[in-house]
Ligand binder design. Structure first.
Ligand code: CO
Length: 219
């Protein structure tokens, strides 16, 4: 009970809702001033080159860390950047992105110190989150022998990276990606990781440009 009370009393970071609405008005007018046709264009079309699949973590804001503008990145985020075949939300975003919008690149972006990955190591998740991250817990169990030799922080970092690889393999085997590749259309898949401590993205060197790149060790 006392834990509950202290949680409720936590001071949250960030603006009030009315401040958010004021910020929005300022952004809209500044954007229009810079580019008078911006909203007219934006309201009628989107041609993003990228689909980004990332973690819901509030510290990994896609547009800010990638310097991309509205219209440039189609986004799906969930706890621990997971791509599951049976998840209708992620799979429908994926289907629309590759078949409808015809994006040319898909990025799976993990991040170090990911709470979802950490919970999979600790076995501390409860409720919906526990079942959502089950695949990462299984991944950890399968790599436990080598990962347990690492100190805590390095172990979490390694599992965050391994998770990106596992999700990339899941993405590559999805019906939407398979369909595009079988048509011979260019679609590159990339695995990145974001470091909360430096603000830097790292390419994990796992890019897949077709079924021929789907190495067995990624699975
Ligand atoms: Co996370």
């Amino acid at each position: 009970m006392s834990e509950q009370i202290s949680k409720d009393n936590q001071i949250k970071d960030g603006p009030t809702l009315s401040e958010i609405l004021r910020n929005n008005q300022r952004w809209a007018s500044e954007t229009k001033e810079r580019d008078p046709a911006f909203f007219e264009r934006s309201a009628t079309q989107q041609h993003p080159k990228y689909l980004w699949i990332g973690c819901s973590d509030s510290r990994v804001p896609v547009s800010q860390i990638t310097g991309t503008a509205p219209g440039e990145v189609f986004v799906h985020r969930n706890v621990a950047n997971i791509v599951q075949a049976e998840d209708p939300s992620c799979q429908s975003v994926l289907e629309f992105a590759v078949l409808g919008l015809q994006v040319e690149h898909i990025v799976i972006c993990g991040h170090y110190k990911c709470g979802g990955v950490h919970a999979a190591i600790q076995g501390t998740a409860t409720g919906k989150v526990a079942s959502w991250i089950k695949g990462i817990a299984q991944l950890y169990a399968s790599k436990r022998k080598s990962l347990e030799k690492l100190p805590d922080e390095a172990r979490l970092k390694a599992l965050c990276e391994l998770n990106v690889g596992m999700q990339l393999a899941s993405l590559a085997s999805s019906p939407s990606v398979q369909q595009v590749w079988s048509q011979g259309r260019a679609l590159d898949l990339h695995g990145l990781i974001y470091d909360l401590e430096t603000g830097l993205l790292k390419d994990l060197g796992m890019s897949l440009r077709g079924p021929q790149d789907l190495a067995a060790d990624l699975l």
